[in-house]
Design a protein around this ligand. Sequence first.
Ligand code: CU
Length: 187
Amino acid sequence: MKRYSFFLALAAMLVLSFGKANATIHTIGLAGTNFTPDSTLVNPGDTVRWTWVSGTHTTTSGTGAMDPNAGTLWDQPISSASPTLDRVFTAPGSFPYFCRPHEFFGMNGTIFVQVCCVGNRGDVNGDGTDANILDLTYLVDRIFRGGPSAVCDEEADLNSDGTPSNILDLTFLVDRIFRGGVPAGPC
Ligand SMILES: [Cu+2]
């Protein structure tokens, strides 16, 4: 009985510490006439953080000042006085941006927001195949050893309770793989 409570406590602790959906922050440095990196692949819900390194710049949505939609999504100076801009990307698609003072020096970049979770949940490792042993290994590594979060958080929310990568998701996946449990629902 004591042993059982110990495992319950352990499970509760793990759920609490790993239960939060952790959107990634992608940092892009601004220096000289470059955004580094100038191409950034993100998942929906991730944050992009433009960060001043040196010089005076902007991060401005659009392909350049001639773009009729230049600056409509975001347009902010990035300098020592205004060193960062955080923006959360939710809609899939590609989002070009540039620096107003340095656009003719080729200072531009693109944020690619990938489509997350196509079909059923369960492709925790993002290899295109749902709910197999490799996904289980990935999830165990995540939960018990602090491994990387799922490529797409929704894929790791197997029981569709809004919280990815916790013990309940692991239980669901084990049941699915070893005992023919029901497939995880659609995203
Ligand atoms: Cu610049």
